[in-house]
Design a protein around this ligand. Structure first.
Ligand SMILES: [Zn+2]
Length: 206
């Protein structure tokens, strides 16, 4: 009998883990690069395989986008609990959470917060794009002017069906940060409709 799925659980407490050092250093290594390193394939034309373009900056931005989105989610969880004390947002996907919030909003609040919810929803879509796609680099072979050989040059970096560069990812991070701000504005607005900066406005984030 082969082992069952449940036999494959590893519940070793964290203290007992042997701390490992990432074998490729603190970077993302494309699977095709790893493949080339582990199963070396001869190349018939002597050009070798293209690879090695350092996308660390973009990978870092992807990480920041995901983590900032998690900050927004934490606020959304508080909003839902404010609207529905029975709610348990802990394990909800972000999209479900936002939809639940929308359903619980009163009609006047829907009108007040529609633009906020719309922008948060857009940020969630961008976050999902970043999570569910890989950064992929396309190379082209460029002959040296001297005529003796050439080299692979990274031509294009894409993520999913979109061009990907630091500027676009930075824009996506900006969306995520705004989204957190907007979520906090909703959370505040649901408890305090007449905010005066001179007021202390206590406990609205609870
Ligand atoms: Zn207030």
């Amino acid at each position: 009998m082969p082992p069952a799925w449940d036999d494959l659980r590893d519940d070793t407490p964290r203290d007992d883990w042997n701390l490992q050092v990432p074998q490729f250093g603190e970077q993302v290594r494309e699977w095709s690069d790893i493949l080339d390193g582990v199963y070396w394939r001869s190349s018939e034309d002597g050009r070798g395989d293209p690879g090695g373009y350092d996308t660390s900056d973009m990978q870092r931005l992807r990480g920041l986008i995901m983590v900032q989105a998690a900050e927004t989610e934490a606020v959304l969880g508080r909003i839902l609990c404010k609207l529905d004390t029975q709610a348990s947002p802990g394990k909800m996907m972000a999209g479900v959470l936002l939809k639940k919030i929308w359903e619980k909003l009163s009609d006047p609040n829907k009108i007040t917060w529609q633009s906020h919810v719309c922008q948060i929803r857009k940020a969630q879509k961008r976050r999902n794009h970043v999570v569910h796609n890989r950064v992929d680099t396309g190379y082209g072979w460029v002959e040296y002017a001297t005529g003796d050989g050439g080299e692979w040059i990274p031509f294009i970096t894409t993520m999913g069906d979109e061009l990907c560069d630091g500027r676009e990812l930075s824009h996506d991070l900006a969306l995520q940060q705004s989204s957190t701000v907007l979520a906090i504005e909703i959370l505040h607005g649901l408890s305090c409709s007449n905010h005066d900066r001179a007021d202390r406005c206590p406990d609205w984030w609870e």
